[in-house]
Design a protein around this ligand. Structure first.
Ligand code: SF4
Length: 260
């Protein structure tokens, strides 16, 4: 287990996000020990606006120490407006091996559900089984862009091993929770040569799949025919989801007719 070494104080917490499938969100941690090298859009933004100094600073998470007080203050104001509260957009709510972050995230979800608001969770950590006893209208998701541990160690160095993520998600599914997977940012073969069908088969139990291309990477644009590649992979996802009766969403800019 790892200890949180940095703490920060914030003035506000809940906000509406402009992200494609987002509604309201909150980020109760600054930084993320998963240290993804796709690169991570949240890291690029926080560095640009000087919230973190460098990659090492980003990978040392800072907990928002007044999170629960802010929630108590803001939930009455926002609860009627929120369709679903997303955890999180600029950090990971179940950062791998950080017990304090996990405990705070569980307290947040409990408070939010008690206010009658459901949560949508996304992590590259391990979803704790306690979530099974929370509101059945919550949605629990993992990001999974590869079923290669060598890819995970190279590109998502601090994240949980991919199999642990899937096993935890499956346990929640078996217990009746709604589950989903974000296959984003999907890599081109010059970054990782892999079989998408194998990945899809490992998650055929989920309720929803979101698929999106890798962005902000020089390697992607260096791959000849990358637009066609992402288009074909999106079609594979759509075909698989239709066959398995899984809901799906293809992120903007992933298919060619969306790019033009
Ligand atoms: S898990 Fe998400 S927030 Fe954390 S480094 Fe990776 S992409 Fe960024």
């Amino acid at each position: 287990m790892k200890k949180v070494k940095k703490f920060i104080h914030r003035k506000t917490l809940i906000y509406k996000t402009g992200v494609e499938y987002g509604d309201y969100t909150l980020n109760h941690v600054l930084g993320c020990s998963h240290g993804c090298l796709y690169p991570c859009y949240a890291y690029l933004q926080k560095k640009r606006f000087h919230s973190v100094d460098n990659y090492e600073d980003w990978c040392e998470p800072a907990l928002v120490e007044n999170t629960l007080e802010l929630l108590d203050k803001e939930l009455p104001k926002y609860k009627s407006k929120i369709e679903i509260l997303h955890l999180c957009f600029t950090t990971d709510p179940f950062m791998y091996q950080y017990q304090e972050i996990q405990a705070l995230t569980l307290s947040i979800i409990e408070k939010v559900n008690m206010a009658g608001v459901r949560c949508r969770v996304l992590t590259k950590g391990v979803l704790p089984f306690e979530l099974a006893s929370f509101s059945r209208s919550n949605e629990y998701g993992i990001t999974l862009v590869s079923t290669s541990e060598s890819f995970r160690k190279r590109i998502e160095p601090g994240a949980a091993p991919w199999k642990k993520r899937v096993d935890a998600l499956y346990a929640l599914h078996k217990n009746g929770s709604k589950t989903w997977v974000s296959i984003e940012p999907y890599p081109t073969p010059n970054i990782q040569r892999q079989n998408l069908q194998e990945l899809l088969k490992t998650i055929n139990f989920v309720d929803r799949i979101i698929f999106g291309r890798m962005n902000y990477s020089k390697a992607v644009s260096e791959y000849e025919g990358y637009k066609q590649f992402f288009h074909e992979k999106a079609l594979e996802v759509i075909d698989f989801c239709k066959r398995e009766s899984i809901q799906f969403h293809i992120k903007e800019g992933t298919m060619m007719d969306q790019c033009e």
